[in-house]
Design a protein around this ligand. Structure first.
Ligand code: ADP
Ligand code: MG
Length: 269
């Protein structure tokens, strides 16, 4: 069924991992995203900040099509998320096709969202085992890859533990390993350290820093100003569903141009 969306001339380009054009999203009558335009290049780390309720999580959820947008376009890795374009019209993809698009995107949540009844290793192998029919790979190859990922996040010795036996920081590092297990092209982080005790934040940020230095494309919603300044290539300040200001992290953080940005940063800096 055709869906009316504007901007039929828009095209993604191969240097961009994410292209958002005039993205609108409302919940009932509540407008939440009000025309978001963003580009994230391959290998880029973008940090997003903004007040609570400004639409940051909703934006991430739209990027992987966990939420359907009301207008605009969103491409990830050259693919229009959730739709097929044909003869200038958009057709909704089947759930199966959306699931395939989503497998290319890893997501890490504030509250880890690990499967509590599965071991650490079980959490990491779950998605690739489910996808095995389509992708190939033996059970032992998948397990080997999972153990390598756990080693990468510093938790090789916790493979047999259960989430409840781990600290929040360790659980979040498992969540990162789990998200990486499908070899995503893009990683989305939604306030990954906000629920952690302060002394556990550093280990999680270190893992994210390593990922960034290996060239992973990342969108990170965070209030960690130091991380944004040191690791991000680009910085976005959102408020009330719009991008108020964006640019190089040092410039926006050091010399914000808008009063709304200044006022917010004065509270987190
Ligand atoms: P942020 O992550 O920046 O704090 P959110 O994207 O979570 O903001 O929320 C933006 C606004 O959208 C808030 O007013 C929130 O209450 C509302 N909202 C988010 N998700 C839903 C939903 N599923 N149904 C209705 N309202 C929602
Ligand atoms: Mg949020």
């Amino acid at each position: 069924m055709p869906v009316a969306h504007g901007h039929p001339e828009a095209t993604p380009s191969s240097e961009n991992m994410v292209v958002a054009e005039r993205v609108y999203k409302r919940f009932g009558r509540l407008p939440v995203l009000q025309g978001i335009d963003l580009r994230v290049r391959r290998g880029e780390v973008m940090c997003v900040m903004g007040p609570s309720g400004s639409g940051k999580s909703t934006f991430l959820r739209c990027v992987n099509h966990l939420e359907k947008i009301n207008a605009g376009r969103l491409w990830v890795d050259g693919q229009l998320m959730g739709y097929r374009q044909k003869g200038g019209k958009l057709y909704e993809l089947h759930d199966r096709e959306v699931a395939a698009q989503r497998r290319n995107i890893g997501m890490v949540f504030q509250n880890f969202n690990l499967f509590p009844h599965m071991s650490v290793l079980g959490n990491v192998v779950e998605a690739p085992l489910q996808a095995r029919g389509r992708r190939g790979g033996t059970r032992s190859q998948i397990q080997q890859h999972a153990l390598e990922l756990l080693d990468r996040v510093g938790l090789a010795n916790k493979a047999r533990a259960y989430p409840r036996q781990l600290s929040g920081g360790q659980q979040q590092r498992v969540a990162i390993a789990r998200a990486l297990a499908m070899n995503p092209a893009l990683m989305l982080f939604d306030e990954p350290t906000s629920a952690l005790d302060p002394e556990l934040v550093g280990d999680v940020l270190d893992v994210m820093r390593d990922l960034a230095s290996e060239g992973m494309t990342m969108i990170v919603v965070t209030h960690e100003v130091g991380f944004a300044r040191e690791v991000a290539d680009s910085f976005v300040f959102m408020d009330e569903g719009v991008v108020v200001e964006s640019g190089a992290p040092r410039e926006v953080l050091g010399n914000p141009q808008h009063e709304r940005t200044r006022s917010f940063l004065s509270k987190v800096l």
